[in-house]
Design a protein around this ligand. Sequence first.
Ligand code: ZN
Ligand code: ZN
Length: 332
Amino acid sequence: MAAVFLVTLYEYSPLFYIAVVFTCFIVTTGLVLGWFGWDVPVILRNSEETQFSTRVFKKQMRQVKNPFGLEISNPSTASITTGITLTTDCLEDSHLTCYWGCSVQKLYEALQKHVYCFRISTPQALDDALYSEYLYQEQYFIKKDSKEEIYCQLPGDTEIEDFGTVPRSRYPLVALLTLADQDDREIYDIISMVSVIHIPDKAYKLSCRILYQYLLLAQGQFHDLKQLFMSANNNSTASTSPSPEETIADRSLLEKVGLSDSEAEPSEETSRDCVVCQNGSVNWVLLPCRHACLCDSCVRFFQQCPMCRQPVQESFALCSQKEQEKDKRKTL
Ligand SMILES: [Zn+2]
Ligand SMILES: [Zn+2]
């Protein structure tokens, strides 16, 4: 059938015949070469193969130093009536200001003000931005590099036992950390940290926790500080800690504009092994799930997270290739 068609075609127009045969030849050659993995234009490859060759987008990151650290000590014992103990860990002299019963709406308005014009770099600035929409305020001075335990409590005369039923218009506690020294504010990109803390009371018994931590930048942005989930392995660093996911709190990710915190300890880093090859050290964080579980050589094979099966939209390296080479040279 095809032969009869070709002969008839040749009789009518030899030139057109040659063109058709030549096109068929080119397409066949392209398909054969594509099959063997040669670098032919994607248009000639089958769709499955094109899908496989799409790489996960690598996020550009910038490291910034966060001078502030705040944690809750013994969250299980904290309550509105008995108070809460906070542990601070700051790289510079700082002020810790606690706003009890802070208005939710006014806090977010204050953060928006920070973005547009009114930078929140001092307790006074937040006070003004909140229009004093809180019930009680207390302030502490934090010496640099001292892990201080600070006990905060609402005074008895305020007679507040709960903040009502949910949804609420006030957060139980908002803690602001600011740099005490004017000179320090010019060194750091991050000028203050706002922690929103939930404390249980009679009306709402959800356990005590940090709900949000916002890092405020001198340039006007603010970012939600989020934890990374490191893969746990069998070696000593993981076994000494009760929950490996929570112990990496110091290593934080600023997701929105791709900033990464530089507080991580490299020694801890190298001791965590890749979940796939069990050999390379973990260096890649997958987004949006924030699992850090792959090494440099395995990351390229995964379009789904090996821990939770979520499709990977973006990924970023904890330590850039250049830095790793430097580290290697140092150890040699
Ligand atoms: Zn690996
Ligand atoms: Zn995951």
